[in-house]
Design a protein around this ligand. Structure first.
Ligand code: HAM
Length: 407
């Protein structure tokens, strides 16, 4: 029979890797809980319209990357990102009536039909935080600091933080005319995607991955427009406060005027954290403010901010996991008594494995070693009769005698 392989762009997370995943998930959950964020779990598939409206018709995600299918007369899509679903749920579950800010976090699989390469899958996992109800620079800073410290606490080095201010849709009208003016002479040289965005959303042209387009946007006259402060005084003051607070907190950042993010919903502050160890797909996390999205999806106007990290990219930065053997390994031909003893040890919080092979004790000793057990218990018929057994410390070789009744 021919073997069946996993679909292109997906990964098995095998037991050898899972401990790193669990370490990161636990650290993230602890951080979020300590910061007063509550977990939310939303469906893996949603109405297609949620993403076309929320993420934006003009984005690569909606145009090319969605896993969309029809069921009955409904068009459904596997979620390509977490924010739109969380916003839908915020509205649908009436969370706007809760005291503000509403602070949520999530963790789950996302799906994008992209060309797979190192660091880019079709099924990948994100963990993210979203905050609803505040339009303060402080709430942007809380997000950025949480992300930055999370990576640093995991011991990841070679990180860079880029931030930018992309203003409101009104600010972008200012930008539109001047940008169109300087880019117009090169319009025919731009890719099809940029030509479409030229009329609809010129700022997003900066997100184009085509080198020849980026060469045009690097020209001095185009750069001057990109780096002009086209946003309103309010947006500029907001961004200045964000920058000042990051400086005061000694978080190094780079103002990257070309950072516009790949989703349409952002306003004001956007940010991305990249690692030089990741190659072409260097963004380990990204986020920003999205003050218009709740209203766009049918809710009351509500400011919001958030970010998400890519688990696969993050875990690839952590190196190999240490394999954790059990605290106790029971070498035995007395299954029932061993199960009873193992249960007592587990109740006390120890991990304990019982050898189930039925092989001679010599082979079982070898197996205890291979499993990386910290301590080995021998429990044969003699030990059951005497009510006493030996515990061997695998590192030092020290032996200790214990009564079964004392455990
Ligand atoms: P995003 O930048 O599209 O933002 O994705 C966040 C992170 O997910 C990326 O930085 C990257 O690490 C990871 N990622 C994205 N696509 C892939 C892929 N194909 N394979 C592997 N990893 C990937 C968002 O999704 C926003 N919802 C973030 C956000 C939350 N903004 C506000 N709140």
């Amino acid at each position: 029979m021919q073997k069946i392989q996993r679909p292109k762009g997906t990964q098995d997370i095998t037991p050898a890797d899972v401990s790193q995943w669990q370490r990161v998930e636990t650290a993230f959950k602890t951080l979020c809980t300590q910061m007063g964020y509550e977990e939310i779990r939303t469906p893996v598939f949603e109405s297609t319209e949620l993403f076309s409206r929320g993420v934006g018709e003009a984005t690569d995600i909606v145009n090319k990357e969605m896993y969309t299918f029809e069921k009955g007369d409904r068009s459904l899509t596997l979620r390509p990102e977490g924010t739109a679903g969380v916003v839908r749920s915020y509205i649908e579950q009436g969370m706007s009536r809760s005291p503000k800010p509403v602070k949520l976090f999530y963790n789950g699989a996302m799906f994008r039909y992209e060309r797979p390469q190192a660091g880019r899958q079709r099924q990948f996992h994100q963990m993210g935080m979203e905050l609803f109800g505040l339009d303060t620079p402080e709430s942007d800073v809380e997000m950025i600091v949480a992300a930055w410290q999370f990576f640093n606490d995991l011991g990841i080095e070679s990180l860079a933080l880029d931030i930018n201010n992309i203003g409101t849709p009104e600010c972008r009208q200012q930008f539109k005319a001047s940008f169109q003016n300087v880019v117009k002479p090169f319009l025919n040289e731009l890719c099809e995607n940029c030509q479409t965005r030229f009329d609809t959303n010129p700022l997003r042209m900066l997100d184009c991955k085509v080198d020849s387009c980026q060469e045009i946007y690097a020209k001095a006259e185009v750069t001057a427009v990109i780096e002009s402060d086209f946003t309103s005084e309010d947006c500029q003051a907001h961004f200045q406060k964000v920058s000042d607070m990051l400086t005061a907190l000694e978080i190094p950042f780079n103002r990257n005027y070309r950072l516009v993010r790949g989703l349409d919903y952002y306003t004001k502050t956007v940010f991305e954290i990249t690692s030089s160890q990741l190659g072409a797909q260097s963004a380990v996390c990204g986020g920003g403010r999205y003050n218009g999205l709740v209203e766009l999806l049918g809710g009351e106007p509500t400011p919001a901010t958030g970010w998400a990290l890519g688990m696969e990219r993050l875990v690839s930065l952590l190196g190999d996991a240490e394999t954790q053997g059990p605290d106790y390994y029971i070498v035995t031909d007395q299954a029932v008594e061993s199960f009873k003893l193992a249960k007592k040890l587990r109740v006390k919080g120890y991990s304990c494995e019982v050898d189930l092979s039925g092989k001679n004790f010599g082979k079982q000793f070898q197996q205890a070693n291979k499993r990386g057990a910290k301590k080995m218990i021998t429990l044969g018929a003699d030990e059951v009769t005497s009510g006493e057994f030996q515990v061997k410390d695998m590192a030092t070789g020290d032996q200790q005698s214990l009564k079964i009744s004392d455990v």
